[in-house]
Design a protein around this ligand. Structure first.
Ligand code: SAJ
Length: 434
């Protein structure tokens, strides 16, 4: 275990003279990123207060439990709370480091809504002490770090706030360090991945990087806050554009009558071609959302990024239309839908195209839909109330004449062509081709 930095190392000469804060670190937002980060920091010896607006979440964490499914997280939180290095609260304490990990949803017209980040900044400002450091981890439109600085400046005229682009200055530090971890591998990737740390000033970046260097095994790469904000949006836009290419190919292949999986497999044997995999659309709360933040920042320039989003959204419509064509070809037949999650082997349904498609089909054909999803015990209410049934894999295959693979969960991968004999099959993930 790495030793945590002491106050003087983290805040520079004289910092130890400041009034003592309640905790070394306050993590604002105990969701998919905040809770694992808080627990890892505690496991590396830091004294952490996790803050959440939900009393239920706070109580769960203080009892050593977790409210989200993520590999190894339950063990980590249990150990962190037992050791008393992690406590949770609905109140923001005075701390050396404040880490903001709250949601940044899409607002009306696909524009970013940073109101939770702004609220977090407002909740930090009254308690902040000179020498402290605010780090924003939430995926954010470019300029959000400066907006946080503005809010703190308005609320705390007694403190000098660093200015973007200045060489030095400010009584506190403010920086942006995006999370880049993959759901399902969050605990591992929080430690292993390189981090990009962007400060309002170089001093801000250094102070923020000192925290990450205490637990990250990858490199901590220093830059300014605007570049760091852009890097995060670009990473997910890059993936979205590449998936859009694969999804568009699959629609072209449908139209010209070739097998897209064969085309991609053979094209990828070219030494400089690496096409991703088509699916029923793109889900999750990152890739399906973040590119819009780039588009909002530069609507005229971001043409490819916008189009990729539209292609990936349209792929879900195309998929649903293909399933409806199968249903029309077999009147009265039962339909097995395999998978609802936004990607394989997780229980996360956020922005899931599979869930959206299933809900639309259930709205018309509820009682004919047999939904197989090994990661849940009950169907989401939106589908259950339409008459669909959560069914075991074997029972669904026995009853259904139409089988649609929406998610290639490992639990489905043992299936063989003989399991589908005599049925109409639509495999949106190419599970049987890979
Ligand atoms: N997908 C495809 N075809 C592919 C790959 C993915 O259709 O070949 C679909 C998946 O099924 C899913 C969606 O894309 O619906 C997104 O899945 P993902 O595994 O690509 O990404 P996420 O959303 O789980 O996590 C991403 C990651 N970003 C990148 O890989 C650039 C992760 O590192 C980020 O931290 C995360 O977004 C985030 O929080 O921003």
């Amino acid at each position: 275990m790495n030793a945590p930095l002491d106050a003087a190392t983290a805040f520079g000469p004289g910092a130890a003279m400041q009034p003592a804060p309640d905790h070394q670190i306050a993590v604002i937002g105990l969701g998919y990123i905040g809770l694992p980060t808080a627990a890892i920091l505690a496991s590396y010896g830091w004294d952490v207060c996790g803050v959440d607006v939900s009393g239920r979440v706070v109580d769960t964490v203080n009892a050593g439990g977790v409210h989200i499914e993520e590999r190894d997280l339950d063990r980590l939180v249990d150990e962190a709370t037992r050791s008393k290095r992690l406590v949770a609260s609905v109140h923001v304490p005075a701390a050396h480091y404040y880490m903001i990990a709250v949601p940044t949803p899409l607002g009306a017209g696909n524009t970013p809504d940073i109101s939770y980040v702004e609220a977090a900044a407002r909740s930090i400002a009254p308690n902040i002490l000179p020498g402290a450091c605010i780090i924003i981890e939430s995926t954010s439109p470019v300029g959000t770090t400066e907006r946080v600085a503005e809010i703190v400046a308005e609320m705390r005229p007694d403190i000098s706030i660093p200015k973007f682009g200045a060489k030095h200055g400010g009584d506190i530090a403010i920086a942006y360090c995006p999370e880049r971890v993959l759901p399902g591998r969050i605990v591992q990737e929080l430690i292993q991945n390189d981090r990009v740390v962007g400060g309002l000033t170089p001093d801000c970046a250094q102070q923020a990087a000192a925290l990450y260097m205490s637990f990250v095994r990858g490199d901590c790469l220093i830059t300014n806050s605007r570049v760091a904000e852009t890097v995060k949006l670009v990473e997910n836009s890059f993936r979205d554009v590449n998936i859009a290419f694969a999804n568009e190919l699959s629609m072209i292949a449908d139209e010209i009558g070739v097998d897209v999986w064969d085309v991609i497999r053979l094209a990828n044997r070219h030494p400089r071609v690496n096409i991703l995999q088509p699916g029923p659309g793109v889900g999750g709360h990152c890739i399906a959302v973040d590119p819009w933040f780039l588009v909002a920042g530069a609507p005229k320039a971001a043409r490819l990024v916008r189009t990729a989003r539209e292609v990936n959204d349209y792929k879900a419509v195309h998929t649903e239309n293909r399933i409806r064509a199968l249903i029309d070809a077999a009147p009265g037949a039962k339909v097995a839908l395999l998978g609802l999650a936004f990607k394989p082997d997780i229980d996360d349904f956020r922005e899931s195209p599979a869930l959206e498609i299933a809900a639309n089909l259930c709205a018309d054909l509820g009682k004919r839909m047999l939904v197989v999803e090994p990661f849940i015990d009950d169907l989401p209410a939106s589908i259950a109330e339409l008459g669909a049934e959560l069914t075991g894999l074997d029972a669904a295959l026995a009853e259904a004449e139409i089988v649609v693979v929406l998610v290639d969960h490992t639990a489905f991968k043992h299936l063989m062509p003989a399991d589908f004999a005599g049925k109409l099959v639509f495999d949106t993930r190419g599970m049987f081709k890979k």
